[in-house]
Design a protein around this ligand. Structure first.
Ligand code: LLP
Length: 404
């Protein structure tokens, strides 16, 4: 995605052409960016030969899941809905792991009936419930146990998951007790030790710490885990300043770690696979000047892209046409929803915008559409997949009449 002369291009297609043809707000994905991300991910970790389970919560579009499947990836799911979507996209049940702190009995039964690779458990009660169901079905169910390593991921507190005050996983001591219990169960197979310390991680050091804790715990468990599931969390460069996680260092640390054990590594990346593959096209409805600043009121809102309102996340905003003029305007980009948190970004040095101009909100592929809602009775935006000079609708704009 780049400018060619003044036009913003997604692969070979002008973003403006898409905005005019399909209206705004509109999600646009680049197929080749997705392909590159997957290939780079595989290459970075080639020495480890992991099973890569795409975190479906980051993007649930069926067509995209199907493309991801074609590259050989499995899926990490957190609900029966995501599990159904992954299966419908053709992902083999033998490449699906089921995570989450609150799986219901119905969800567990469904997962067992589909014979998925692993149910990654997060509490004693959940383990008892799976055992009870497995027994009643006269089955042996393969599970993992998620460790809470009490490691600070050094990311936004709202997306940290690996500290003891977080609801995720079980602590070291509990884990060791649970391992002993599961090993003695006739209806449970203890296959995996899992961990996930948070999301949008840009520093490899928390991962190194996490691996040290895992090392210590595995020794204490005295069990041969077939799988070690390291979760996802690899951050991306939202600011466009080349701030990147050092994947090489992370890969080296894993290599050192895994050498000691005969386990297969599982990853559950979401954002690092899909985050930078998409932009959200939006139109300026009004420009409202007040004494302090100019508000650019967009037709995209927090229901279309929740991350800024929910986490204070910043997504770069670019003009759809880059003009040869001084970029010296200070703008606050907001949505039309009746909430003060419905704002995207404050920008200085933006080129002058006019009402009805289009803009591009960057890096919205992960937790963009999947977190969208119908708040304020707003229909969900369409999704368009672009490959070379071709484009196709992979999810239609919701119709107002279907909402009413
Ligand atoms: N595995 C587990 C168990 C997870 O909880 C998550 C994300 C992932 C994998 C994928 O993490 P990723 O590679 O995408 O960082 N809505 C937030 C992010 C929440 C992430 C929740 N769990 C956001 O928009 O930043």
């Amino acid at each position: 995605m780049k400018y060619s002369k003044e036009n913003f291009l997604i692969e070979n297609v002008r973003a403006e052409e898409i905005a005019k043809k399909f209206g705004t707000p509109c999600y646009c994905y680049s197929f080749n960016k997705l392909k590159d991300n997957i290939n780079k991910f595989k290459k970075n970790f080639s020495s480890i030969n992991p099973l890569i389970c795409f975190a479906v919560k980051s993007n649930t579009n069926s067509k995209l899941l199907n493309e991801i499947k074609k590259f050989g990836l499995g899926a990490d799911v957190v609900s029966v809905g995501e599990l159904m979507k992954a299966l419908k996209a053709g992902i083999s049940s033998k490449k699906i792991v089921f995570s989450g702190v609150g799986k219901t009995s119905e969800e567990i039964k469904y997962a067992i009936s589909k014979d998925i690779l692993l149910i990654n458990t997060e509490s004693q009660s959940e383990i008892f419930e799976i055992e009870r169901i497995a027994k009643s079905l006269k089955k042996k169910v393969n599970i993992g146990i998620r460790l809470n390593p009490n490691t600070d991921a050094k990311t936004l507190s709202q997306i940290s998951t690996g500290k003891k005050e977080n609801k995720f996983g079980v602590d070291e001591k509990k884990l060791i007790d649970l391992v002993a219990y599961v090993k003695s169960s006739r209806n449970l197979g203890l296959k995996c030790l899992s961990v996930h310390i948070g999301s949008q991680i840009l520093n490899h050091k928390p991962y190194e710490k996490m691996l040290k804790v895992l090392d210590r715990v595995i020794k204490k468990c005295d069990h041969n885990f077939d799988y070690i599931d390291l979760g996802g969390g690899m951050g991306i460069d939202y600011e466009g300043v080349n701030k990147k996680l050092n994947l090489k260092k992370y890969a080296q640390a894993i290599q050192k770690f895994v050498k000691k054990y005969n386990s297969k590594i599982i990853f559950e990346p979401g954002r690092s696979i899909i985050g930078n593959t998409a932009v959200l096209l939006s139109k300026v409805i009004y420009i409202k000047k007040n004494s302090q600043k100019d508000f650019i009121i967009l037709d995209a809102a927090m229901n279309d892209l929740m991350r800024p309102a929910l986490y204070g996340a910043k997504h770069r905003i670019l003009p759809i046409k880059k003009l040869k003029q001084k970029a010296n305007k200070s703008y606050e980009f907001v949505g039309p929803i009746c909430e003060s948190t419905d704002k995207f970004l404050n920008v200085n040095n933006f080129q002058k915008l006019n009402e009805k101009d289009f803009v591009i909100i960057c890096d919205v592929g992960a937790y963009g559409m999947s977190l969208s809602s119908n708040y304020n009775m707003r229909p969900k935006a369409p999704e368009i997949l672009i490959q070379g000079s071709k484009f196709k609708v992979i999810n239609k704009r919701q119709k107002l009449k279907d909402l009413i």
